[in-house]
Design a protein around this ligand. Structure first.
Ligand code: GTP
Ligand code: MG
Length: 215
């Protein structure tokens, strides 16, 4: 659930509301889920990013006009042996980014299966974005932009091609999600993520990234 509160400045002036959302990344191993999160949260890219074990938890905030949106991000492991853990991460999530690699058609098929699973089993109001990652590798492209766009339109998904390497569309996809999420009044505190974190084996300890705005 989104939780909302008003941030008070020391002089008592109200800074605007703060909304908190749980977001999960899903997709086949090596499509670049962790790299997208690393780019978004820390502005970094690692050529030799290690495969995720279990899941990792990070946070990042973005600002929209008078609203600060705080994302609690669950970066899941794409290896098949972790598939059964996925519902633990997408349950209660308000947003999901399903990632595929534009140079690998199989990963697009896998992404479609994730979308199907989310639309069947996750919250009915979940905002789903499809990310065609590794857009910098255009010469090795195996998935048409138009085909992916048509699929996304048909299924009501946000869609962008991204590159964690060059940072293309990385902030933009999170921002588009933030804009689409309903900023409703919800019970404050007690985020699902904090509860979920205790359930996760092999998760990184929570890392606090620098806020990209609202300093
Ligand atoms: P799992 O944790 O196993 O599920 O994989 P993942 O989806 O988190 O992939 P990860 O971020 O570990 O990236 C896999 C490999 O792809 C790494 O070597 C990254 O450096 C590389 N990579 C990720 N994103 C990009 C990108 O946008 N462009 C290019 N060229 N390489 C990328
Ligand atoms: Mg990973």
């Amino acid at each position: 659930m989104a939780s909302r509160s008003s941030a008070q400045r020391p002089n008592g002036a109200t800074q605007g509301k703060i909304c908190q959302f749980k977001l999960v990344l899903l997709g086949e191993s090596a499509v670049g889920k962790s790299s997208l999160v690393l780019r978004f949260v820390k502005g970094q890219f690692h050529e030799y990013q290690e495969s995720t074990i279990g899941a990792a938890f990070l946070t990042q905030t973005v600002c929209l006009d008078d609203t600060t949106v705080k994302f609690e991000i669950w970066d899941t492991a794409g290896q098949e042996r972790y598939h059964s853990l996925a519902p633990m991460y997408y349950r209660g999530a308000q947003a999901a980014i399903v990632v595929y690699d534009i140079t690998n058609q199989d990963t697009f098929g896998r992404a479609k299966n994730w979308v199907k699973e989310l639309q069947k089993q996750a919250s009915p109001s979940i905002v789903i974005a499809l990310a065609g990652n590794k857009a910098d590798l255009a010469s090795k492209r195996m998935v048409d932009l138009e085909e992916a766009q048509a699929y996304a339109d048909e299924h009501g998904l946000l869609f962008m091609e991204t590159s964690a390497k060059t940072a293309m569309n990385v902030n933009d996809i999170f921002l588009a999600i933030a804009q689409k999420l309903p900023k409703t009044d919800q019970a404050a505190s007690g985020s699902d993520a904090a509860k979920g974190r205790r359930l996760v084996e092999g998760a990184d300890s929570a890392q606090r990234g620098p806020s990209s705005c609202c300093k």
